[in-house]
Design a protein around this ligand. Structure first.
Ligand code: MTE
Length: 347
């Protein structure tokens, strides 16, 4: 696991695919200056997980999908590259594909981190529709193609910080949710957006389990200004390919300044409403999980501190613990959304 970072010119071309990995490595080498400046506590300088980040094995079976829609594979492949710097990259090492796709929270497929990748077998994403309802001019049932076709996809490297105090750096492929919302022509009554995951007991063993505490389907929500923020991404891929089932295929939300539970997977309904929607985790444990769920090192979870996080991959002996940043490092871009709010109470 502990392998010295090679200089870019030492990396054989066989190791620099996919392209995203190459760019991330460059970004990481450049980002070393940022880490050295102390902005990120405990950077993983001098380490490179597993030597190189492996190219994903992208057969439908490897992604736990029944099939891969060819048009979507092509649209993802044609994505715009991630810029070398700025808000849409982090300058940190990517979490390897293997970790991103085997250490998951997707309770519909089981509660252990390894359950989703083991239990999401031959997940059907074709056909897929999204019902769009509520305070908008253009409600309807849209096919995945209707949703995606007008949008140019982008690669974006974001931190993902789970409320359980682990984190990853993931190269997503997607487009700004706000661009989609504009197409639905929201009315002045659209103050919140609610998202709902597929319910399908045949495909999702967690929804059949009598031990499940979640009242399915999984639900999440954002305030309208959060949903329209340029960082808020609707993702359809990662590591240059379409999403594996366990990562939320075919369509998931990614809100990088909020705890990971806001980033709802396998979305089948988007509803625009005047009032704040109920959400899965805040319904289950309101004193532990709030609606806003902004990453906040100053506000502890009732059962653990949020001041630090385990950046994956790590191990028992090398937990790779780093300091958690306010708004997960995106404060400059999003703190204004919460001006005047007491984020200790509105956690
Ligand atoms: N979406 C659904 N439908 N079901 C879930 O259980 N878990 C959430 C979120 N989205 C979850 C979900 C949690 S707790 C986290 S941390 C992230 O997904 C994890 O995303 P990842 O598995 O891609 O890392």
């Amino acid at each position: 696991m502990l392998i010295k970072v090679k200089a870019a010119h030492e990396i054989p071309s066989s190791e620099i695919t996919p392209e995203s990995v190459y760019r991330a490595r460059r970004a990481f080498l450049k980002g070393a200056g940022v880490a050295g400046a102390g902005l990120l506590a405990g950077p993983v300088l001098g380490q490179e997980a597993s030597g190189t980040v492996a190219s994903p094995n992208n057969s439908p079976e490897a992604l736990n999908l029944a099939s891969k829609p060819q048009w979507l594979v092509e649209q993802v492949a044609a994505r715009q590259p991630v810029p070398d710097e700025g808000l849409f990259t982090t300058g940190e090492m990517l979490t390897p594909f293997q970790d991103v796709t085997t250490y998951n929270n997707f309770y519909e497929f089981g509660t252990d981190k390894s359950d989703p990748s083991r239990n999401a077998r031959a997940f059907k994403v074709d056909p897929w529709t999204v019902e769009v309802t509520g305070a908008i001019g253009k409600p309807g049932t849209y096919t995945l193609e209707d949703i995606l076709k007008p949008h140019a996809l982008e690669e974006r490297i974001y931190r993902l910080r789970c409320v359980e105090a682990w984190s990853m750096v993931i190269p997503w492929v997607g487009f700004p949710l706000g661009d989609l919302i504009k197409r639905f022509e929201p009315t002045s009554k659209a103050k919140f957006v609610e998202f709902i995951t597929l319910i399908d007991k045949n495909q999702m063993p967690g929804q059949r389990s009598r031990l499940a505490t979640i009242d399915w389907p999984y639900r999440e929500g954002l305030r309208m200004d959060e949903a329209m923020h340029p960082l808020t991404l609707l993702a359809v891929g990662l590591y240059g390919d379409i999403l594996p089932a366990q990562s939320g295929a075919p369509l998931r939300l990614v809100v990088p300044w909020k705890y990971g539970f806001k980033s709802i997977k396998s979305i089948v309904r988007i509803n625009f409403r005047e009032t704040m929607p109920n959400t899965t985790w805040s319904d289950l444990q309101p004193n532990e999980y709030g609606f806003y769920a902004n990453v906040n090192p100053a506000v502890s979870h009732p059962r653990w501190s949020q001041a630090t996080e385990r950046r994956l991959p790590g191990s028992l002996f090398m937990p790779n613990r780093i300091g958690t940043l306010p708004f997960n490092g995106y404060a400059e871009a999003v703190a204004d959304l919460y001006k005047g709010m007491d984020l200790r109470k509105l956690y």
